[in-house]
Design a protein around this ligand. Sequence first.
Ligand SMILES: Nc1ncnc2c1ncn2[C@@H]1O[C@H](COP(=O)(O)OP(=O)(O)O)[C@@H](O)[C@H]1O
Ligand SMILES: [Mg+2]
Length: 384
Amino acid sequence: MNYRATPITRPLRIGIVGGGQLGRMLTISAKKMGFIVAVTDPTPESPAGQVADRQIIGGYKDEKSTRELAKISDVLTVDAEFVNDEVLQKLEDEGAVIHPSPKTITVIKDKLKQKEFLTSHHIPTAEFKSVTSEKDVEEAIEIFGLPLLLKARTDAYDGKGNFVIHEKSDISKGLEKLKNRSLYVETFVPFTLELAIMVARNTKGEITTYPVVETIHVESVCDTVMAPASISPRAKKNAEDIAIQVVDKLDGAGVFGIEMFLTKDDRVLINEIAPRVHNSGHYTTEACITSQFEQHIRAITGMPLGETTMLVKAAVMKNILGEKNGDGIPEGLEKAEKIPKTFIHMYGKKESRPGRKMGHITVIGETIEECLKKANMARSFLVI
Ligand SMILES: Nc1ncnc2c1ncn2[C@@H]1O[C@H](COP(=O)(O)OP(=O)(O)O)[C@@H](O)[C@H]1O
Ligand SMILES: [Mg+2]
């Protein structure tokens, strides 16, 4: 037999800035696919560091460790938008391959810039305005009315950078909570549902979307994700069309998580974009042909994108948030793991804290109701 090997031009070494749970699940997929993975994270034995080939100790914004990572990687990616986009831009200018593009990270990491970018492309969002003082917020109330959300422009997640202003007397409390941060306000959207959709684009420009899902937030933190969302065909089409429009306007390859509000007349507004894999896409690991993590690795390494179709009729993901300070491994794990078609993912974080994302549960099945019941049961068995 005349066998001739095809030369491999694909990157082999992937570097991830950030070693949290998203980095961990990206690493697990990349290792399954045969890549060599290094991560940076300030905490030794970080969630991703535990499964990667190598961890460089250093913060998400640390220039030295990001540069060191670039040196040992063929392609760089991120597990959060809170990275040093200026350093990434410099590295790209020096020839490093980085996905998503540092330009995209620069736009997205600042929620105000992100909203300006969306409106400049006529993509619907809540109304918004930059504010720097109490007087600015009062002026915004004159223009938009109440309630208003005061939001930190950067480094905000799990609702930690948000404050709802119901009445004028709340302004000072909000400014106190978010002091020393750049802020903006946006109008409160009276949504009927919160939706999310994962979109992938590879280095060749191919785009694919995952099913539209419904997300439920408790105290501004994602609690439950239901796939697919029970919405009208029109709402589904609006969500998909808008999500593709958004990604079309952004540079670079990778998976993007897009959070949306659905209004009672089936209109869709963008809440925010994540230039990375996302909590609302965790269900894809068990429920879709290609998980969001594998898809991201495919997208950034020049591979064709995988199919995004669901393998099952329904899936529910529930986050395991810490309830108290203590050990990172929950009590009751084995009992929860015995539930059929229920998958428990723990992130390897050493310590639990109230509200900290410690793991998640995905249940697959025939109906959302059945999955939801099992996911809630599994969660109720866990003490963490
Ligand atoms: N303009 C808004 N109108 C109504 N609810 C909002 C608005 N902005 C945020 N929220 C609620 O707060 C949650 C967290 O806000 P978000 O801006 O997505 O911050 P984070 O970056 O912390 O996820 C949202 O998922 C939603 O439930
Ligand atoms: Mg959000």
